[in-house]
Design a protein around this ligand. Structure first.
Ligand code: UTP
Length: 290
């Protein structure tokens, strides 16, 4: 069975980006000319995902607005014969029957957000993608789906982090199968440096077996007093196979200011129109600030 549905949780408050996120939500912040949401949709669409489920709060209707047609804008671009941009704008549209909004009034945690999508997912396995984890270079979901197809099990995206940063992530314990794949035995949410079972961290990409709903409904509030998806996956690993895969691309934590800035610069450095000038400008800025 192939993965046809992605859950994109966007109900968080984005407090680290206030005051910008007082009005627009975090996934609408742009990296160059595309919002984070756009990168997420492209990553999912390009592996054949058809159904998009957004978990949103009461104020956030941006995903629907961004993915619907804007006839006025299309007419304007037609009149200006701006066919390249027109094509790009149209290609982003997703039919409304393939978009579902699920309300999460209060940010009770990622686990709570995913649990709320059960009625739309029914019996299928599905992907979860956090748009503020931008992964450039290679399609991460594609890599995870390839492992899922072989193992018929849940697969989570992972990467190595510095030992002094383990307290910011869900950390993986398990048996090494090869240089990229681990058979997970336990996940620990935001452990202290001392208690961390490894420095292999979970990032915002998951392929989940449908059974995750059973585990999500069994767990209690965890770290940060939130229902943690990590805890439900960890519980599932006691009864079923769960794998982690160290993806190839480079991940930018666009939920933090530093990660967001790094993503801007990295994107500019590979952008055909910008890459030459950005090097010159960065050098100038660096020497001027000394
Ligand atoms: P974060 O943990 O980064 O939280 O969520 P946040 O609220 O967006 O940001 P800060 O920490 O206040 O700055 C990671 C992703 O999970 C979603 C967020 O919208 C974001 O896409 N999320 C988080 C939910 O949808 N619901 C939640 O209860 C928590």
């Amino acid at each position: 069975m192939s993965i046809k549905t992605v859950v994109i949780p966007v109900a968080g408050m984005g407090t680290r980006f206030l005051p910008a996120t007082k009005v627009i939500s975090k996934e609408m912040l742009p990296i160059l000319d595309k919002p984070l949401l756009h990168y997420a949709i492209e990553e999912a669409k390009s592996i054949g995902i058809k159904n998009f489920i957004f978990v949103t709060n009461i104020n956030n209707r941006f995903p629907i607005l961004y993915l619907s047609r804007n006839i006025r804008l299309e007419k304007h671009l037609e009149q200006k014969s701006n066919t390249k941009v027109l094509k790009a704008i149209k290609s982003l549209t997703i039919q409304s029957k393939n978009i579902k909004l699920v309300l999460q009034k209060n940010p009770l945690g990622l686990g709570d957000a995913v649990l709320r999508t059960k009625k739309y997912i029914r019996d299928d396995d599905f992907a979860v993608l956090l748009p503020d984890d931008l992964i450039l270079g290679k399609n991460c979901l594609k890599e995870l789906v390839a492992v899922y197809n072989k193992k018929k099990s849940s697969v989570i995206g992972s990467m190595h982090v510095n030992k002094n940063e383990v307290n910011k992530y869900g950390i993986i314990k398990g048996d090494i199968l090869n240089s990229k794949t681990i058979k997970v035995s336990e996940l620990v949410e935001k452990p202290t440096h001392k208690n961390a079972p490894s420095n292999l961290a979970i990032v915002g990409r998951y392929i989940l077996k449908n059974s995750i709903f059973k585990y999500l409904s069994k767990i209690n509030k965890g770290s940060g007093n939130e229902i943690q998806l990590t805890d439900a996956i960890s519980l599932s690993a006691k009864y079923e196979n769960v794998f982690s895969f160290r993806f190839t691309g480079k991940r930018y934590d666009c939920g933090s200011k530093l990660g967001f800035l790094k993503a801007q610069i990295a994107s500019a450095l590979i952008d055909p129109e910008l890459k030459k000038n950005i090097r010159i400008e960065l050098n100038k800025l660096y020497y001027e600030s000394k």
